[in-house]
Write a protein that binds this ligand. Structure first.
Ligand code: C5P
Length: 237
């Protein structure tokens, strides 16, 4: 049975033009496009609309983290620009997450959902200790996923290694998983990684794939190869 395409390509490129061009090229092999703070603070949120016009959902990885009123305003604005998903750091706690959900919901035409970023995939236990979190990534993800679910988030962003925890403590949330590396691709600055197949087996709803596609000599071939390795994924959503 054909299933939706779970690949979200992270378009971490220098200009909006480059991002839109690459999005067009890899579009047949991905289910959505993600832009991060590099483009949101550079060319700006209009890039969301340019990508949305290609006909796939756009993930605005804004990683919002501020007082609730500011986060609500930012979520509303990103939803107006056409974002389908908007990220907020779940460590901003309940009131901030609820404000983000309210801000997104205040633009009914957008159908935007809030994703709580749990623990960045570039961090390990030693990094958490340095900033005062005396716990493991798994325990912190568990706590933050519960907060995100209670606040009405649609999903969370977590590493492939914490998918089991999220599925267990917050089964209603859709897990979005960065730190994806096909076999043989360097992990770079990511500390907690898995292959696309492993992440799906562990319960990922969507796979966020950046440099394994954007940094490849032939990004279109890289996207096609990842798409072809996913069992049952024969159609785009
Ligand atoms: O290039 P790579 O595949 O490592 O990119 C991963 C993408 O996922 C980046 O755009 C990064 O901002 C994002 N991300 C992450 N870890 C999180 C949340 C988002 O790496 N916890």
């Amino acid at each position: 049975m054909a299933v939706k395409n779970p690949i979200i390509v992270a378009l971490d490129l220098r200009t909006a033009e480059e991002a839109v061009r690459l999005a067009q090229q890899v579009s047949p092999y991905v289910g959505g496009f993600k832009i991060g703070i590099g483009l949101l603070y550079g060319p700006g949120p209009a890039t969301i609309g340019a990508l949305a016009s290609l006909g796939k959902p756009v993930f605005a990885d804004a990683k919002l983290h501020d007082i609730p009123s500011q986060v609500k305003a930012a979520a509303r604005s990103l939803a107006r620009h056409g974002a389908r998903w908007i990220t907020t750091h779940a460590s901003g706690s309940s009131a901030m997450l609820e404000a983000a959900v309210e801000g997104a919901a205040s633009v009914p035409s957008a159908d935007a959902g809030i994703l709580g970023v749990t623990v960045l995939t570039s961090l390990d236990e030693a990094d958490l200790a340095k900033v005062g979190f005396g716990t493991t990534p798994g325990k912190l993800v568990s706590r933050l996923a519960r907060l995100a679910a209670a606040a009405g988030c649609e999903g969370v962003v977590c590493s492939p290694l914490e998918l089991g925890v999220v599925r267990e403590v917050a089964p209603t949330l859709v897990p979005f998983t960065p730190g994806i590396r096909p076999p043989g691709v360097p992990t770079q600055d990511q500390a907690r990684t898995a292959t696309p197949g492993e992440a799906l087996e562990r319960g990922a709803g969507y796979l966020v794939v950046g440099r394994a596609i954007t940094g490849a000599v032939d990004p279109v071939a890289a996207a096609r190869e990842i798409h072809e390795t996913l069992p049952g994924v024969r159609e785009n959503s």
